[in-house]
Ligand binder design. Structure first.
Ligand code: ADP
Length: 339
């Protein structure tokens, strides 16, 4: 099967090279057609992270993502935007060493969306940096070739970013010191239809009747979840450990739990199993897992431990609110049954 895997991998690399060449040709001849629409850039990044996660896992590379702010919109072709991000992520993984991590940070700077992808791998020589976005450019190094590619990926990325009115930059402190790629895209000026429908969802969603317990050992992510839930009127109590959460539940009788899984003393799985065995039923106290553990097995384990749902970090606020609504807002109040 090792032989088969190698064949499969090679044919995948070859297919990628061919599609790179075709892309490059059509951009060069001005033939590429962008279909811009109002896009949530975090969605594109999240999708690219999910696509890259198995390659990263195989390479022994950890993808750390952190998003701040939400509800941003850029005018972009969603497939092309994803292609841009995917390219940066796959290079970062490709040039990392096993055991390294890749840090993906998305935020808003002035009127732009900014994404930085930082790896701690092979690094880029200062003399090569200015040519990195040129076509067919690769750092002279035999290991580069062995990692596959034509040196077109970044040329295409640069052209696509230009077509979107954005910018892309590369930096590195040198060989062996990793590399950082920074993408910026202007935020959309017009109010988009998708934004309207999303904010409509937010304004029609009234969680003021609910008391929600947020459990997470990470202060930033606890705060973000809390802020989103408060915005739709929920009463939020929070705990930074499973122990504290269990004490708070007895005291405050919340309507729902949103909990992290990986926590230092007692993890979310154990906490939920304990709660269910203490007699808190899923109907009485539904629970949503919110975790960076994104594999199908992780979801299965969460459901098996007594969670009703499983959401992946970085948090998608709309998704969280929708799941809460479906678990907790009575049927007669949902629009579909009114229609
Ligand atoms: P390729 O298909 O060869 O990966 P790219 O255009 O994506 O083509 O990248 C061009 C070259 O830039 C790579 O061959 C590599 O030498 C360098 N490069 C790109 N990303 C990184 C990175 N994260 N770390 C180190 N070198 C990189």
């Amino acid at each position: 099967t090792q032989g088969l895997q190698a064949i499969e991998r090679n044919s995948r690399i070859q297919a990628q090279m061919i599609s790179d060449l075709l892309d490059h040709a059509s951009i060069a001849f001005g033939k590429i057609r962008l279909t811009p629409e109002a896009v949530d850039p975090y969605k594109a990044v999240r999708a690219a992270l999910e696509t890259s996660s198995s390659a990263a896992q195989v390479a022994g590379v950890r993808l750390n993502a952190s998003f701040s702010g939400w509800g941003l919109t850029v005018d972009a072709d969603p497939d092309r935007l994803q292609q841009i991000v995917l390219n940066l992520l796959s290079n970062a993984v490709k040039f990392s060493n096993a055991g390294d991590s890749v840090d993906v940070v998305a935020d808003q700077v002035d009127n732009s969306f900014r994404l930085t992808v930082t790896d701690h791998g092979r690094g880029i020589e200062a003399s090569f940096l200015p040519r990195i976005f040129e076509h067919f450019s690769q750092q002279e190094n035999s290991t580069t070739r062995s990692r596959g590619g034509l040196g077109l990926g970044l040329a295409i990325v640069k052209q696509l970013v230009d077509l979107h009115g954005g910018s892309i930059e590369a930096s590195s402190d040198g060989i062996g010191l990793g590399a950082t790629f920074t993408l910026t895209l202007p935020l959309s000026q017009r109010v988009s239809s998708t934004l309207i429908s999303e904010s409509q969802l937010l304004s029609t969603l009234d969680l003021s009747a609910l008391a929600i317990l947020v459990v997470d050992d990470d202060a930033d992510s606890r705060l973000l979840t809390t802020r989103i839930l408060k915005e739709v009127g929920a009463t939020v109590i929070d705990a930074d450990s499973a122990e504290k959460a269990i004490a708070l539940i007895a005291e405050n009788k919340p309507d729902l739990i949103v909990s992290d899984i990986g926590m230092p003393e007692q993890d979310g799985y154990t906490m939920l199993r304990r709660l269910r065995s203490m007699g808190y039923s899923p109907e009485q106290l539904p629970a949503i897992a919110l975790t960076a553990f994104a594999r199908a097995e992780d979801r299965a384990q969460a459901l098996d431990s007594g969670f009703q749902d499983h959401l992946i970090k970085p948090l998608d606020p709309q998704a969280l609110l929708r799941r809460i609504a479906s678990l907790r807002i009575p049927e007669e109040r949902s629009p579909s049954t009114n229609a």
